[in-house]
Design a protein around this ligand. Structure first.
Ligand SMILES: NC(=O)c1ccc[n+]([C@@H]2O[C@H](COP(=O)([O-])OP(=O)(O)OC[C@H]3O[C@@H](n4cnc5c(N)ncnc54)[C@H](OP(=O)(O)O)[C@@H]3O)[C@@H](O)[C@H]2O)c1
Length: 257
């Protein structure tokens, strides 16, 4: 296909970053949908597209329709689209492509495996995009589209993506929550997270070069039981964090037995 045109449904974190990247790479964006017209208009203006807040007004001029809405709303959006045979994809790591099955004939997934926030720039040169389509011809179109915005494109089926997503939650969401817990405790104890930033950075540096399993350190890895008890005693005033600390320490001890 010579020039792929896209329509983006959802003007949140992912919809916004994809729209901006497509625009930067001179891929024509036909429409931007958000339930909030003003939100759709702001993004549409930036990427020279038309805005709508009405799913029934999504036209058939695009080649690929990217549904970048919250996981639980994907099926409901698909049900309301005024066509059945256009190529429609979602951007979710967790949802099966089969979520479209009852409403759309030609469907797939366009999953950029990264953490996106509207306010933070995204580096499409470094992230992977996982694509999948039911039809081989659609897979070719998605591959061509993904390659225009990102050098790292993988064909990943539903089952593989579900596994990747579980692990993505572990390495990003859970890791970040560790920082949230630490920040909370440090703030309450009149200390600052800044002093831990070099440690956080080195943890990430090591994992880029070495197997994670070899890089594990700390009291649970050494089975320093007195230190673990001392930490658990300190955490008694933070009962939720106490539970997390205890569970993770136990899991580390078991892993290295
Ligand atoms: N953020 C990430 O790091 C990330 C990374 C990879 C994949 N994903 C996936 O990308 C998708 C979008 O995530 P996001 O982070 O961009 O979410 P988000 O910033 O919360 O944006 C969600 C979008 O969903 C729309 N929405 C919510 N409920 C809706 C409904 N009932 N009907 C129609 N639209 C509805 C919102 O529309 P309004 O504008 O109308 O409120 C908003 O545009 C999800 O499937 C997510 O799993 C996210």
């Amino acid at each position: 296909m010579e020039k792929i045109k896209v329509t983006i449904i959802g003007a949140g974190n992912v919809g916004t970053h994809l729209a901006k990247r497509f625009f930067e790479k001179k891929i024509e964006i036909i429409q931007i949908f958000s339930r909030e017209l003003q939100k759709a208009e702001i993004l549409a203006k930036e990427v020279e597209a038309k805005a709508t807040n009405d799913l029934t007004k999504i036209n058939d001029l695009a080649d690929v329709y990217i549904v970048a809405v919250k996981d639980d709303a994907i099926e409901m959006v698909a049900r309301q689209l005024p066509f059945k045979s256009k190529l429609v994809v979602h951007t979710s790591g967790a949802k099966s492509s089969k979520v479209f099955e009852s409403h759309i004939k030609n469907y797939g997934v366009f999953y950029p495996l990264q953490t996106f926030s509207i306010s933070k720039e995204a580096n499409f040169e470094a992230l992977p995009i996982c694509i999948f389509a039911e039809l081989a011809s659609s897979q070719l179109i998605l591959n061509q589209l993904a390659k225009r915005i990102c050098p790292n494109v993988y064909v990943i089926d539903d089952e593989q993506r579900a596994t990747l997503h579980v692990c993505a939650v572990m390495v990003n969401n859970f890791t970040n929550f560790m920082y949230v817990m630490a920040e909370d405790i440090l703030n309450k104890e009149q200390l600052k997270l800044d002093i831990l930033r070099p440690l956080i950075q080195e943890t990430v540096n090591k994992i880029q070069k070495y197997p994670a399993q070899l890089m594990q350190t700390g009291p649970a890895r050494r089975e320093d039981k007195q230190t673990i008890s001392q930490h658990l005693q300190f955490l008694e005033k933070y009962p939720d964090y106490h539970k997390v600390y205890e569970l993770l320490s136990e899991s580390i001890i078991q892993k290295y037995k």
